[in-house]
Design a protein around this ligand. Structure first.
Ligand code: AMP
Length: 191
């Protein structure tokens, strides 16, 4: 099984690239944000608890998100592997992921790190706000999500750098050029 995580700040284009990557490499896409949004739409107990947190741009508790991830993976029939998107969001989640994969006799193979300057990210996020109407895409919440990213998520990059599995990608390019970079890097592995 292949385990790849797609990493980068809000607006880096993770969701867009994820769709292309899973298609090319036959992986299952696990977006923790998407799973949580579905719970909210379905008005589940978890969704009700999550709504207020997600709408402020804060992170849900690690225990909750890890339980969701484990549950999704255990129900999957995909034999090839997983593309994690929006997870891990802090170093605790990264360590928990390592432990969870170790139990499956595996480890994270690659962290694709999409880099993009913050002015370009804000522009993209505001554009998406107009198109998708996500309640956490208002200017104040976007600002908060960037702060959360800087304070809690960014250190994950350092954590995996030490493990030597990070592939840096220039996200300040059009969708196809970013995807081309990702494919070139992933094709050096024999997935
Ligand atoms: P995303 O779709 O990845 O931008 O995530 C949207 C929101 O879902 C985040 O701002 C968080 O409130 C929540 N969320 C998604 N993934 C996680 C995670 N791994 N840990 C905690 N909260 C998360």
């Amino acid at each position: 099984m292949i385990y790849i995580a797609l990493f980068g700040p809000p607006g880096a284009g993770k969701g867009t690239q994820a769709k292309k990557i899973i298609e090319k490499y036959n992986l299952e896409h696990i977006s923790t944000g998407e799973i949580i949004r579905r719970e909210i739409a379905d008005k589940t107990e978890l969704g009700k608890q999550a709504e207020n947190i997600i709408n402020k741009g804060h992170l849900l508790s690690d225990e909750l998100v890890i339980a969701l991830l484990e549950d999704t993976m255990s129900k999957s029939h995909n034999r090839k592997g997983f593309l994690l998107d929006g997870f891990p969001r802090n170093v605790k989640q990264a360590k928990d992921l390592d432990a969870m994969l170790a139990k499956r006799g595996a480890s994270l193979n690659v962290l694709i790190n999409i880099k993009a300057p913050s002015n370009c990210l804000m522009r993209r996020m505001l554009k998406r706000a107009g198109e998708e109407g996500r309640p956490d895409d208002t200017p104040e919440v976007i600002e908060n999500r960037f702060k959360v990213y800087e304070n809690q998520t960014q250190p994950v990059e350092e954590y995996y750098k030490c493990k030597g599995i990070t592939l840096d990608v220039d996200g300040n390019k059009d969708v196809d050029s970013v995807f081309e970079q990702i494919v070139q890097l992933l094709d050096t592995f024999n997935f």
